[in-house]
Design a binder for this molecule. Sequence first.
Ligand code: ADP
Ligand code: MG
Length: 695
Amino acid sequence: MNHKDPLSILPVRQVKGVSPRKESELHAFGVRTVADLLEYYPFRYEDYRIRELTEAQDGEKMTIRGTIRSAGALQRYGRSKSRLSCKVETNRVLITAVWFNRHFLQDQLVPGREIVLTGKWDKQRLQLTVAESEFPDRGPSKSGTLQPVYSVGGSVTQAWMRKTIRQALEQFGAMIAEVLPRELIERHRLMPRREAIFRIHHPEDTSDGREARRRLVYEELFWFQLKLQAFRSLNRKRTDGVAHQVSADTIRSFAESLPFELTEGQKKAINEILVDMRRPYAMNRLLQGDVGAGKTVVAAIALYATVKSGHQGALMVPTEILAEQHARSLAKLYAGTGIEVALLTGSLTERRRRETLAGIQMGLTDIVVGTHALIQEDVFFRSLGLVVTDEQHRFGVNQRSILRRKGMNPDVLTMTATPIPRTLAITAFGDLDISTIRERPHGRKPIKTYWVKHSMMDRVLGFIRREAAAGRQTYVICPLIEESDKLDVQNAIDLQAQLQQAFPDLRVGLLHGRMTAAEKEEVMRAFETNEVQVLVATTVVEVGVDVPNATLMVIMDAERFGLSQLHQLRGRVGRGAHQSYCVLVADPKSDVGRERMGAMTETDDGFEIARRDLELRGPGDFFGTKQSGLPEFRLADMAADFAILEQARDDAAELAGREDFWHSPEYAALRERLQQDPVFKGSSSTRQQCLPGGI
Ligand code: ADP
Ligand code: MG
């Protein structure tokens, strides 16, 4: 059975008045079928409702109805320019109506005749400059209505679009079928679909239009969420993942061997992860928490669990520096457990690389840390049980299918360096289960943040000196120079030289993207051991670097960084018991720059920062341009329709989690629609088998 909504098959030329030429122009707007046309919603309405003069402001556009009281008087200027005027009585007030360049209307302006005028009201002169006029004795008119305004262009005019959509509603409106389950329509008092589509094009009044829109926004968001939730729910029914077998005692005794006590948030996250790992489906979980919340330890425990169950783990990070650092800190955490950690990066010698690959394949290596390439190409695991990766390199369907081809379907834990506002989390990561660590480890003091002008640089230098005298260390982050990696590097080199001159008795290190892996590793090692007291760096230190003795973060030209990025950079300090500071050096010229500095000095709660960042940048930019992962909606607006989004998600999750959703005839139409969707057709055929056939 391959039943589809017939309107989504009928080509738009079936609508009367759509010529082949118009049809191809409609294609440019993405309108191919009758359904597309009916769902070509207006983005606003033009108000032709008749009002009284006293309600209007001077200069406002308004529509009035009245009686013509004088014949049209015409003045011509040159060949085509003219001014036509007459007196019109409305509500016992006599006004002047003026048309420009509409001389052909003169004959129609007959005293005693009713007329509807829309135009700009001049209160002083009691004059209306007419944009549109209609005569009620000429049949149906748009007066008294809200007229839809569509996005149009080319030979597709507003008037043509209005007429054509009206025609489509007339011809095909009766075929518009309901798609939402009845229970949801009743629970949320939604307009039936057919009515909503009629009303959104032609609302009776503003609240009518709002209700129509609410229904259609809900439908759009519900459908989007149902796909994600159905996907999740199906994944959880699968049994081809790794069912880890590890006892709570094993985990507990490892946790007790750590040099600190886990926070409640860490414990909760670990428990959620272990529940998933023990089940036979492939975990797909996001771990989010503010910088310094201690996500790495959580990942380390999950990796420990996979090894103790007889499998291997992989930790994928964005840069080599991080890979090296994580490999070192994991080795430290696993000291005495017999767990073998290997590093796999591009800068290994060919021989080392071959040895490492062999170790992974034979299962001598328990955990591999590396950049993203490590699950690809020629890397074969004996038994990969868990992949931990970061949000920047989201583990997608492609990577899963690469691994499946190698006979693996590991659990996946994605970590985010940026707390994600809830709206974005449920849109961009709606297919993942989410664990959140809210608090930071005990005893952490909030990082004191100051914003200073460049003219105060001397005092900043004094600050660096004081921290060094107390045995502490400082990061100095160079300004980010967009589109010029070269200038970035040059800046860092210059700044390092200047600071070294200013602090002859200290060692000032340098870290930037153009250095070789060995050079980077050497300077990071020297910074970790406090041989280097001041580290000048480009943003390569942004993600994940962990040196608890560093207590001062100086960010040059801070206004050039995004808010979330600034917060990440700040998170490099405040990782030990000592009071830490962040100094933003900036003379921002823009309001956004000033607001960023303000936000940074006012709060160091990453969730709050993320919220403000989202406000300042909008959802599209939030994740950066690379891959926003955000869908585009026809009608819904993620920020404004937040409440509906949450509702739609809860409803979709509830429905997809119910057994009868997958069998009951009541949901057959929804299931069929799901089956049509590329997500479910997707790259893996097994996914389709999961949808119960023969609906
Ligand atoms: P994140 O990756 O979330 O930014 P990390 O995992 O790097 O944070 O942890 C930050 C620092 O806090 C590290 O030095 C880590 O060893 C330490 N840490 C983690 N958990 C705790 C805890 N429960 N108590 C004390 N220190 C902790
Ligand atoms: Mg599992």
